[in-house]
Design a protein around this ligand. Structure first.
Ligand code: ATP
Ligand code: RIB
Length: 294
């Protein structure tokens, strides 16, 4: 079984404040931390911590952040052989403010913008050996569409986590195996014309909407809308909860689980991830998830 992630690798610069500042407001924050992040890397790390063999495809700059992020991926066992180091370009960075169990994030893509079609052509042979490919929206849109086309042509399953959201082409939605927006991203993707239930019923066992502290929902082939409530968490930091869910879900699907079991597992994994600081800091092991599910 081979699982691949193609996506962003960021250094997260996080600051914690009593709450998220209002527009134009200045607040005193506590210490700044520089910690590994990026939706692509987070999702790969989530799977590696759960025991998967996973290959990460993406780009970093030849700066200190890039070196540290590469070391971090290696240290948790993510395959890094195809990560390209680009000279003279800064590694992606995310400015994160954490307050009141929520966050705001501004991402400066840097080297993530270099994950282009040429890069994909160079790594295509290895990528297409995958059983399943997981991608997000922190690399150029043309690349996302190109990878989805390539995978579809070669019968490779695709999980698309459309975060941060932008409207998608109808064909792209048709081609992916699973689409995993959160509630806000679902509105950007599909508008407000259909209710969430109608939307889920339109894409059974494809569209999965994460609902933060309310859990996760999808529609089964039978037409039954499934809502899996969140496990109650002692929340420290929700950054990366969506990434943990996507990684855990993809891993379970790769292992042959049905969508309901895969989401039940991923929902618990994501909840556990909120109980420690940092996007990757709270990502659980398979044993931790299974103990919690008992
Ligand atoms: P993020 O961008 O913060 O990583 P997201 O916006 O992509 O997350 P959410 O819908 O907020 O995604 O959360 C993803 C999953 O994480 C939820 O479906 C749920 O399983 C879990 N989760 C998030 N917040 C909480 C919480 N407060 N308590 C328990 N579980 C949570
Ligand atoms: O999903 C969380 C991630 O989004 C952070 O690690 C940050 O890098 C941004 O990409």
């Amino acid at each position: 079984m081979k699982i691949s992630v193609i996506g962003s690798i960021n250094m997260d610069m996080t600051v914690t404040a009593e709450r998220i500042p209002l527009k134009g407001e200045t607040l005193r924050g506590s210490a700044i931390n520089y910690i590994p992040g990026g939706k692509g890397a987070n999702q790969a790390v989530s799977m590696a911590k759960l025991g998967a063999r996973v290959e990460m495809f993406g780009c970093i700059g030849d700066d200190d952040s890039g070196i540290k992020l590469l070391e971090n991926l290696k240290s948790v066992g993510v395959g890094t052989s195809y990560i390209k180091v680009i000279k003279g370009v800064a590694t992606g960075i995310a400015l994160i403010t954490i307050g009141e169990n929520d966050n705001t994030i501004v991402v400066v893509p840097g080297a993530n913008a270099m994950v282009d079609k040429t890069y994909v052509d160079n790594i295509a042979e290895s990528l297409l050996e995958s059983d399943i490919v997981l991608l997000q929206h922190e690399i150029p849109v043309e690349t996302v569409e190109y990878v989805i086309d390539l995978c579809t042509k070669h019968g490779v399953k695709v999980v698309l986590n459309p975060a941060p959201a932008y409207p998608l082409k109808k064909e792209t939605i048709e081609k992916v195996t699973y689409l995993t927006p959160n509630e806000h991203e679902a509105v950007i993707l599909f508008g407000k014309e259909l209710s969430m239930e109608e939307l889920l019923k339109k894409y059974p066992e494809k569209l999965i909407i994460t609902l933060g502290s309310k859990g996760v929902t999808t529609c089964l082939e039978s037409g039954k809308v499934l809502l899996i409530p969140a496990r109650k968490a002692e929340v420290v930091d929700t950054t990366g909860a969506g990434d943990t869910l996507n990684g855990a879900f993809t891993l379970q699907i790769a292992k042959g689980a049905d969508i309901k079991s895969a989401l039940e597992y991923a929902n618990v994994a994501a909840s556990l991830s909120t109980e420690k600081f940092g996007a990757q800091g709270g990502m659980p092991t398979d044993e931790e998830v299974r103990n919690e599910m008992k």
